[in-house]
Design a binder for this molecule. Structure first.
Ligand code: MLT
Length: 404
């Protein structure tokens, strides 16, 4: 009998950010005269930097003549971009990553979701709690997570690593033994991070236990403190236990352009099988490469002018982060994050549920954020605001929250 994929049917509700967007839409329909400020999904609002716009224009023009036209991109990425990534994101930081270990893609979200495909269905997955929902949901779709308990919001076969204020929102090494460990630092959603020493402990743990860390470094450009690692490959031994995923969305405003990459060291193995080859095979079969035009835009990110312009863009968002953090603290909220990350994590007042606070904030202040419980059970009674709005909207939102 023809059946839909039964693992998809296990997914509870809709994707977190779709639910948040739907609730905002419904509120606007009912209240067409109210102005609503969106500080929910981490979507950038500032225009693409001029040097990147120039690169886009040039690449578009190349497409107009037979001599410089580009068809299918190489499925693992153009050499010029793989080289720029290797040199600037890794070698310049003393990390040993070669261009042919960099797999260019159309964004980190897809890579975060797809990477689990190259691992066995019986792998045990460990995630931070709260967590970016893509890691868990894609493992649900792959049939790897067991059964869902609606009351606790927990999957029977997932190892949860609570990130609580008691541990500064950094996970402890798990008691049960995982095969795959998802880590994201600076963290989405809590904005917390770990020191190089703490990350080294994870690398050592993974190597001891023959586990693999999938390290999501999407927010690396927002690091402001010295002792925070920009890449897991800064840690000794990481080439034997870690895959790293990067985004151009947050450091260069590419949420609408789509570009990312994944690094898989050539020696990285699972049970004697080289993962580099498997991911290359997957790309070759399922992917025709990120567009030439967008990869040229990505190359411009690493030019001297690109770096300068993007530093200013990141500073713009981090000014918002500081404004939110300080404003909420003045208003009596308990806040964290926003120092090395564009996310501010706050405790809901009076132990309110995250969704109740979402409704209150929308109703009273016309501000949309993201309920912490949407990121996992330990996110309950927390709430996330992003620094990716415009400065004017950020100031207006904090004013409204203070007046609530
Ligand atoms: C978020 O708001 O958590 C992120 O923007 C979502 C994403 O990057 O896919």
């Amino acid at each position: 009998m023809l059946k839909a994929n039964q693992d998809y049917l296990k997914l509870p509700g809709s994707y977190l950010f779709s639910t948040v967007a739907r609730k905002q839409r419904e509120f606007q329909e009912k209240n067409p005269d109210r102005s609503v400020i969106r500080l929910s999904i981490g979507d950038v609002t500032q225009p693409i930097a001029p040097v990147i716009i120039d690169a886009l224009h040039r690449a578009v023009d190349e497409m107009a003549s037979a001599e410089s036209f580009h068809g299918y991109a190489p499925d693992l990425g153009y050499e010029f971009l793989r080289k720029a990534v290797s040199e600037n994101d890794y070698k310049a930081r003393g990390c040993d990553v070669e261009p042919d270990e960099v797999f260019i893609s159309d964004g980190a979200k897809g890579d975060c979701g797809n990477i689990q495909e190259i691992f066995d269905k019986d792998c045990r997955v460990a995630v931070c709690d709260p967590v970016y929902p893509v890691y868990v949901d894609t493992n649900v779709m792959a049939g790897r997570t067991g059964t869902y308990d609606e009351k606790s919001g927990v999957w029977s076969d997932v190892i949860y690593m609570p990130c609580l204020k008691e541990n500064n929102f950094a996970p402890q090494l798990p008691k049960e033994k995982p095969d795959l460990i998802y880590l994201c630092f600076p963290n989405n959603p809590t904005g917390a991070t770990v020191t190089k020493q703490q990350l080294q402990e994870w690398v050592d743990y993974a190597n001891r236990n023959k586990a693999i860390i999938i390290y999501d470094a999407a927010y690396e450009a927002y690091i402001s403190e010295d002792d925070v690692p920009h890449s897991i490959y800064e840690c000794e031994g990481a080439r034997n236990c870690a895959i790293e995923i990067h985004s151009f969305s947050k450091n260069a405003g590419f949420t609408g352009l789509r570009l990312g990459y994944t690094v898989i060291p050539k020696e990285l193995e699972a049970d004697g099988v080289k993962l580099h080859g498997l991911w290359a095979r997957r790309h070759g079969t399922k992917y025709n490469g990120a567009p030439y035009i967008i990869q040229r835009a990505g190359e411009a990110v690493y030019s001297p002018a690109g770096r300068k312009q993007l530093k200013a863009q990141v500073a713009y968002y981090m000014k918002n982060a500081a404004y939110i953090r300080e404003g909420l603290a003045q208003a009596g909220y308990k806040v964290s994050g926003g120092v090395n990350a564009p996310y501010i994590w706050l405790e809901t007042p009076d132990n309110m549920s995250s969704w109740d606070f979402f409704d209150l904030l929308l109703e009273k202040a016309g501000v949309v954020g993201t309920p912490g419980s949407g990121f996992g059970p330990s996110g309950e009674h927390y709430f996330r605001l992003t620094a990716f709005g415009s400065y004017e909207n950020t100031v207006a939102a904090i004013k409204r929250i203070k007046e609530m």
